[in-house]
Design a protein around this ligand. Structure first.
Ligand code: DGL
Length: 272
């Protein structure tokens, strides 16, 4: 039976991971759930983030997924270990893959991390980075305005540049980092704007590629990669407004012709 890979996020951000999964694993079917209605998770309490993440996971578990990707740094920071402990399927988060990718790229061992208030508060990135190398220096910065901006579909232009410029000023002024981790899956959607603001001397890292590679390795290890001939069918669910969600997804997948034949978008009603 062709079981799908499940992917969860607080909104549209995890679609950047989905995009990479579709590229690296084109035979696999995906089921995505974005909790757009309750986005952002970043400013919420640990308890709320855990409860919401479990609700998302349960929704997808009912759809018989074979692996769960927590494509949200905030949810990964607070709930990954718990999910791993209690679920019988493999669970993959985005923080360790992002940290690994950054360590590959840095030359001066000085890495910047930007993310939601929750992710930065959790200290999950410095921990993950220092578990790879104790000699790394890490500068972290919370960017609470980026997720609402992305969820509204403001991805480039003067308004986006101004907001990104003002927020990243403290990191830019320190002028030490040579690698910047986008520690939130929403941020790759404004990567060009971030790169422009932070400067071309800094390598900007999104964890999507490395996360998709990890999914592929794990499925291969468990002999669960789909090898049949049926074309993949992807189902995207949002708890929120369908219009904006559909517009942003079309923007992300605009270059993949097959996307429009293989994806259906539906409203998810969670039991809360
Ligand atoms: N994409 C989520 C993350 O990676 C967004 C967080 C939020 O909802 O605030 O952290």
């Amino acid at each position: 039976m062709n079981q799908a890979i499940g992917v969860i996020d607080s909104g549209v951000g995890g679609l950047t991971v989905v995009h990479e999964l579709m590229r690296q694993l084109p035979k696999e079917s995906l089921i995505y759930l974005g909790d757009t209605l309750r986005c952002p998770y970043g400013p919420r309490s640990e308890g709320e983030i855990k409860t919401f993440t479990w609700e998302l996971a349960d929704f997808l578990l009912e759809k018989n997924i074979k692996l769960l990707v927590v494509a949200c740094n905030t949810a990964t920071a607070f709930t990954l270990e718990e999910l791993k402990k209690h679920l019988s399927i493999p669970v993959i988060g985005v923080i360790k893959p992002g940290a690994r990718a950054a360590v590959k790229f840095t030359k001066n061992s000085h890495i910047g991390v930007i993310g939601t208030e929750g992710t930065i508060r959790s200290n999950a990135y410095p921990r993950a980075l220092k578990s790879i190398s104790a000699y790394l220096r890490v500068n972290s910065l919370a960017c609470p305005l980026f997720v609402p901006m992305v969820e509204q579909g403001v991805l480039s232009g003067t308004e986006a540049e101004q907001m990104v410029g003002e927020t990243l000023l403290p990191m830019k002024e320190q002028n030490h980092i040579d690698t910047l981790i986008l520690g939130c899956t929403h941020y790759p959607l404004i990567k060009d704007t971030i790169q422009k603001v932070i400067g071309s001397q800094v390598t900007v890292i999104s964890s999507s590629e490395e996360t998709a590679r990890e999914v592929s390795t794990i499925l291969e290890f468990y002999g669960q990669l789909y090898n049949g001939t049926i074309s993949p069918a992807h189902r995207f669910y949002t708890t929120g407004e369908m219009g904006v969600f559909a517009k942003i997804t079309e923007g992300i997948f605009k270059e993949s012709a097959e996307y429009f034949q293989s994806v259906t978008i539906e409203r998810a009603v969670l039991p809360y």
